[in-house]
Design a protein around this ligand. Structure first.
Ligand SMILES: *[C@@H]1O[C@H](CO)[C@@H](O)[C@H](O)[C@H]1NC(C)=O
Ligand SMILES: *[C@@H]1O[C@H](CO)[C@@H](O)[C@H](O)[C@H]1NC(C)=O
Ligand SMILES: *[C@@H]1O[C@H](CO)[C@@H](O)[C@H](O)[C@H]1NC(C)=O
Ligand SMILES: *[C@@H]1O[C@H](CO)[C@@H](O)[C@H](O)[C@H]1NC(C)=O
Ligand SMILES: *[C@@H]1O[C@H](CO)[C@@H](O)[C@H](O)[C@H]1NC(C)=O
Ligand SMILES: *[C@@H]1O[C@H](CO)[C@@H](O)[C@H](O)[C@H]1NC(C)=O
Length: 673
């Protein structure tokens, strides 16, 4: 039996296992929408990964539509009488093309029927106006029209509806300064806790879940949550031009017990029964395999142990050192792959400008939707195809073999049509830079627990690069805009464009591409030499930024004076009030001890004297409370460069000109004051 067949076999096992249980938890994730797994009913449509629920017309019209996830979801387990809890998050916008016209709103619903669609107007696409009790549902409405018929309180409310549009309870999101039909993107979270019998709705203009719900209802939904139900969204207009869009969606149920196939242990040991394969997995003629088979009539528990026996057999094979292991590994591992140009062009709508996520040193970054697999990625496209080639290959060879939960994972590459493209995991929350300075202008500031977690994640990634991976990697370009944030705001270090591989112990290569001033260690500026200690310095600046919410070099108020963040924090430290450096936008909502620790670690990393900076491993231990913090002197040490440093300026310049590994366009920026 070759490995591929074995995998087929194993898959069958996975498919059959749920036969033993009636209900399991689900977890749906739609970072964008595709036709896969969704039914669009009525006037709803799909465009660019976004669902529009009502007709898009400039003239007033009446329309209704719904979108429903195709597969039924269990909410009740008969064998244990457990009712599931559920939680969902989605981002939507409601807009008017025609400002004088508005109505009616949208809903998120659960329904026993996979064809739920209602009438236009106040019926919100959920209730059939000629058969008011036909559609059954539990819905949360986001209503933008005052409908006296349904006892609506106003034209901007959120409400819980069960089988009727007369809400059980409503709330006005204006209490949190949210206008549903402003056209702005709104993110909603709906949680139902079946043990507490409570449903809560949260709303925010930002992607942070607020602490307080807009609507909270004490209610037992177990009478309404059927064995299986369908989930979806609906919306309607009535002689109006309101637009209803859903951008992304995730949905989970929790509370069911994990799957555990019921096998009587003492039946398992009986492996002497002659076995034959359960289905047409043809044997390619190796005689040794004939003894392994499975009688069809034996039933699933035996089937299960037969699989165990086969796996045992394979393990023995592996132990004997037969090639099987290698090919199995190759099958299971999903490393970076080569993409073709057409595929990437299609996924980015021909590199359309509204798919641009940002511009980096390497080139422009686009958001890509792969409709066939339903996945989303970020594609980096090099602007100078020719000159960028060395840089590209350097980046590729380094990152292809790096794997860490706090690094942005490379998914593939493409070299075609004179262009160089890199495909990365998509990071829904963008860069730290953006979240720290742009996002927080509109909504809430990044919470302390996230900030601390980012500092720890980043330390962990750098410990890996510096000390744990096969060949030491110096990043050289650590800055807030290179730190990406995943869906749960975990730090993901990206952009290895400037990194050069270094064999452990060898002298570093003395090249310097333009970095960003405030992040560069003094000895780096002086001698242009990157070491792990220069990375530690940049890390220190980033975590000071994280704690203070200030850029590394910032203009002081209205004046022309530029303030260096490290100097500013060090001054507060020498005055004994370092905690005052904490970001004011958090309104004091942080752990003071943690804040102090982070600021002190930041200062110790940003020590001008490289010998005094801790290693990344030490930093990680300090942040995880596994080591004592480094003592930070009250006065910032001043530094004089001595000749004891390994390279003189002359040597350095000479070195860089001869440098075989540096790409031709690397610039040397050495400032000798
Ligand atoms: C709706 O469910 C029925 C069975 O419950 C199924 O036959 C039908 O295909 C489903 N329709 C869609 C669009 O999924
Ligand atoms: C579930 O509830 C039904 C009716 O209330 C009851 O008859 C049954 O024994 C319960 N089953 C379990 C496993 O609790
Ligand atoms: C409402 O129900 C009637 C009768 O069953 C049906 O003809 C009509 O299509 C339904 N309307 C909607 C919007 O589903
Ligand atoms: C396994 O053993 C138990 C206890 O002897 C017995 O009740 C059960 O029927 C057996 N199952 C099979 C599939 O033989
Ligand atoms: C579609 O549904 C299948 C089965 O429920 C699931 O494995 C797959 O991930 C879903 N695809 C998307 C894009 O949600
Ligand atoms: C959902 O989409 C909006 C708009 O595109 C985006 O701002 C938000 O980050 C997305 N959320 C997630 C979790 O993908």
């Amino acid at each position: 039996m070759n490995p591929r067949k074995l995998l087929v076999f194993f898959n069958l096992l996975i498919i059959y296992t749920p036969v033993y249980v009636s209900s399991q938890n689900v977890n749906l994730e739609f970072p964008f929408f595709s036709l896969r797994n969704l039914s669009l009913l009525g006037d709803s449509y799909l465009r660019n990964g976004v669902v529009g629920l009502t007709r898009e017309l400039e003239v007033p019209s009446s329309s209704s539509g719904s979108v429903i996830f195709n597969y039924p979801i269990s909410f009740f387990d008969r064998s244990t009488n457990v009712t599931a809890s559920f939680s969902t998050r989605f981002s939507f916008s409601i807009d008017n093309i025609n400002p004088s016209s508005f109505g009616d709103g949208l809903t998120f619903f659960l329904s026993p029927n996979n064809q739920t669609l209602g009438s236009p107007g106040g019926y919100l696409g959920l209730v059939n106006s000629s058969q008011l009790t036909k559609n059954r549902f539990i819905a949360v409405e986001f209503d933008t029209k005052l409908d006296l018929h349904f006892n609506d309180p106003d034209e901007n409310h959120v409400g819980l509806d069960i089988d009727s549009l007369i809400s059980i309870k409503t709330a006005n999101p204006m209490s949190k300064a949210i206008d549903l039909k402003s056209g702005n993107l709104v993110t909603a979270w709906i949680d139902y806790l079946s043990d507490k019998k409570k449903l809560e709705v949260f709303l925010s203009y930002s992607s942070f879940k607020p602490d307080d719900p807009i609507l909270s209802v004490e209610i037992d939904l177990s009478d309404y949550l059927k064995d299986v139900m369908f989930v979806g969204f609906s919306a309607s207009t009535e002689g109006s031009t309101e637009l209803h869009y859903i951008e992304n969606w995730s949905f989970q149920t929790t509370g069911f017990h994990p799957i555990r196939p019921r096998i009587h242990p003492h039946n398992v040991s009986d492996s002497t029964i002659p076995l034959r394969p359960p289905i047409a997995v043809s044997d390619s003629g190796n005689r040794n395999h004939k003894r392994i088979g499975l009688g069809l009539g034996i039933g699933f528990p035996t089937f299960f142990c037969a699989v165990l026996v086969i796996f045992g057999y394979v393990s023995v094979k592996k132990w004997r050192g037969i090639k099987t292991e290698k090919s199995l590994k190759a099958e299971l591992m999903t490393g970076p792959r080569e993409f073709n140009y057409k595929e990437l062009k299609l996924a980015t709508r021909g590199f359309h400008h509204n798919r641009i996520l940002g511009h980096g040193a390497f080139g422009t970054v686009y958001k890509a939707f792969f409709m066939d697999t339903g996945s989303v990625s970020a594609v980096k496209r090099s602007k100078h195809s020719h000159e960028g080639k060395t840089e590209f290959l350097a980046e590729l060879s380094i990152i292809a073999c790096l794997r860490h939960k706090n690094l942005v994972q490379l998914q593939g590459w493409c070299v075609e049509k004179g262009e160089l493209l890199l495909v990365y995991e998509f990071m829904p929350n963008g860069s730290l830079d953006n979240v720290l300075y742009n996002d927080s202008q509109s909504g809430e500031a990044l919470k302390w627990s996230y900030r601390y977690n980012i500092a720890v994640g980043l330390a962990s990634a750098l410990t890996y690069l510096h000390q744990e991976c096969e060949q030491q990697v110096i990043h050289r370009d650590i800055k807030a805009s290179n730190i990406m944030l995943d869906g749960s705001y975990n730090a993901r270090l990206g952009d290895f464009g400037l990194a050069r591989l270094m064999d452990h112990g060898k002298s570093p290569v003395s090249t310097l591409t333009a970095g960003t001033m405030g992040y560069l260690a003094p000895e780096y500026l002086q001698y242009g030499k990157a070491t792990e200690k220069t990375d530690v310095f940049s890390y220190g600046v980033v975590i000071l930024e994280l704690a203070c919410g200030r850029r590394p070099i910032e203009r002081e108020g209205e004046s022309q004076k530029m303030v260096n963040l490290v100097d500013w924090v060090w001054k507060l430290h020498s005055e004994g009030k370092i905690v005052d450096a904490g970001d004011e936008r958090m309104n004091g909502e942080f752990e003071e001890a943690e804040m102090k620790k982070l600021l002190l670690v930041g200062l110790s990393c940003a020590n001008p004297d490289s010998a005094e900076r801790p290693s990344m491993r030490r930093v990680l231990q300090i942040l995880n409370n596994e080591a004592q913090p480094v003592i930070v002197p009250k006065m910032k040490p001043s530094l004089t460069f001595s000749n004891s440093l390994p390279l003189s300026i002359n040597e350095l310049v000479f070195d860089s000109e001869d440098d075989c590994c540096g790409s031709p366009e690397s610039q040397i920026e050495i400032r000798v004051d």
